[in-house]
Design a protein around this ligand. Structure first.
Ligand SMILES: *Cc1c(COP(=O)(O)O)cnc(C)c1O
Length: 228
């Protein structure tokens, strides 16, 4: 019998595939990252058991404890990729570089430098995305106009491999505002380059897929309300 998480994952995958087909794209073009922040370790285990190959966490200490509980190595849980989607603090760069495979939230040169140094020191090449700010309410993220310059700096940073771009949509009920913000993300992605455009969460993944998302980050729609 399928677990509740497996059922939701299956349903979400087919809804995303339907949306992809509806906008002339191919099924399977969007990677689902299951966001397990503020969910207990057993949710992580259930997510991987349900077939999720990508897991996202926001808080370094929480992730460290849960990954240890689940018996994860730096490679991730049973080969699942671990994505860091929280704000990068330079004093936590070493931990982040050790625990995660893809850091989606590089929004300034200092964060890139600290992560590059930590990854090089650990003898690994860390995948990263630029976080670009597309919403006035969002605290973090590089301004779209500075994304080219930051992308250039990241490409010159030893220990890092720039794979693309991430952005968080505006919190609003106005679908037009979401569409405009994702349009800005897609245009900026065209200048940043790479193969990954990480936009779309539980409430706005449809707009994101229509705008060209290749990766959605889904928490509540898969795992329910977050616990603390
Ligand atoms: C929490 C979070 C998500 C998931 O949000 P849901 O609305 O629960 O899908 C995605 N991306 C980031 C950066 C987050 O912090």
């Amino acid at each position: 019998m399928r677990s509740a998480i497996a059922q939701r994952l299956h349903a979400l995958r087919s809804e995303i595939d339907d949306e992809l087909v509806a906008c002339g794209r191919a099924r399977g073009e969007v990677t689902i990252v299951g966001v397990t922040k503020k969910q207990p370790a057993d949710v992580l285990v259930a997510a991987v058991a349900a077939g999720l190959r990508d897991i996202g966490e926001n808080y370094v200490q929480e992730a460290k404890e849960k990954f240890a509980t689940v018996g994860a190595s730096t490679i991730g849980l049973e080969g699942a990729r671990a994505h860091f989607i929280g704000h990068v603090q330079t004093n936590k760069a070493k931990l982040v570089a050790g625990l995660f495979d893809l850091v989606q939230t590089v929004d300034r040169v200092e964060a890139a430098a600290a992560l590059g140094k930590a990854a090089s020191g650990a003898g690994k090449v860390l995948g990263v995305l630029l976080q670009v700010n597309i919403s006035p309410a969002e605290r973090f993220g590089c301004p779209p106009g500075e994304a080219d310059r930051l992308a250039g700096a990241v490409r010159e940073t030893a220990g890092l491999r720039l794979e693309g771009m991430m952005a968080i949509g505006p919190i609003t009920r106005d679908p037009q505002e979401i569409v405009r913000a994702f349009d800005l993300a897609t245009k900026t992605f065209g200048r940043v380059g790479g193969s990954v455009l990480s936009i779309g969460m539980s409430s706005d993944w449809r707009e994101a897929v229509r705008a060209g998302s290749t990766m959605v980050r889904i928490g509540t729609a898969l795992f329910g309300e977050r616990r603390v």
